[in-house]
Design a protein. Sequence first.
Length: 302
Amino acid sequence: MSKKSKDSFRAGYVTLAGRPNVGKSTLMNALIAEKLAIVSPKPQTTRQRVLGILTGEDYQVILLDTPGWLAPKYLLQKAMTQTVETALADADLILMLTEAGTTKETDAPVLSLLQTAKQPRLLAINKIDRIEKGLLLPQIDEMYQTGLFEEIVPISALQKDGLDVLLDAIRERLPAGEPFYPPDMLSNEPERFFVAELIREQIFHKFEDEIPYATAVNIQTFEEGRPGRKDLIEAVITVERDSQKAILIGKGGLALKETGTASRAAIEQFLERPVFLKLVVRVRKKWRQDPKVLKQLGYTSH
Ligand SMILES: Nc1nc2c(ncn2[C@@H]2O[C@H](COP(=O)(O)OP(=O)(O)OP(=O)(O)O)[C@@H](O)[C@H]2O)c(=O)[nH]1
Ligand SMILES: [Mg+2]
């Protein structure tokens, strides 16, 4: 690093926060230009904080993607809200995300969460590809009037529109300081985290109703470097009821086979190497309410 860029380097943590389904994970992936966070059309896809690193010539943004902010109804959701609170406390800068075409009432719970935050805040209004540009101005106005945001940037995370402007707004508010991570590093999460998430993403895409929400995935075996053989990954899919297990497995095991095939393709693309993937389904009654299981699955630290 040259002396000049060392002196003017900026680095910091930027926490993404917003309602479920507004496109936080899509934005994270678009900014990092790598699929780090899973995405689905269903709300509450993200359950844990996901860290992504974006390093430029004179800056390093460490993005923290978080679960959508909601009123918790069960222990897993409580853990999800705690994750958001911790990520907000860790932030140098807060980036709230909302959707174009909504009013501030829709975002009232998130806005009140940010009210007590001490850090500078930006707002990105996402999904502008879905509405007429003219309709955006009243929304921008209304959100400025909350007094919470230094800058408001309309974007489409999906179409990668407005991201340069957003990145500039982020960059100029980062604290001066040296990078926290090597420039080529995109995340510090372990591979097995991404692998489990990619399987969970398939389940979010493939199954309806309560199933995705009652499902957790953890990696039991991850054997690399087997001479002449593919890496072996064994994943356990946990559900709450026998009926859910039956649906996940399907007639003659067909549904599980399809989930396995789609998951393996996504995992191989992510890891850039072939793997052998084995899935098993188990039932843990009411695991979403069980502190022990939540801890085992990594949703809580205590
Ligand atoms: N049209 C449009 N759709 C988008 C855009 N960004 C995200 N989406 C879609 O919105 C849905 C939710 O996206 P996610 O990135 O999973 O949203 P999230 O905020 O991370 O959701 P949670 O993790 O559940 O809180 C997906 O179907 C995305 O494809 C956008 O700019 N335009
Ligand atoms: Mg998400």
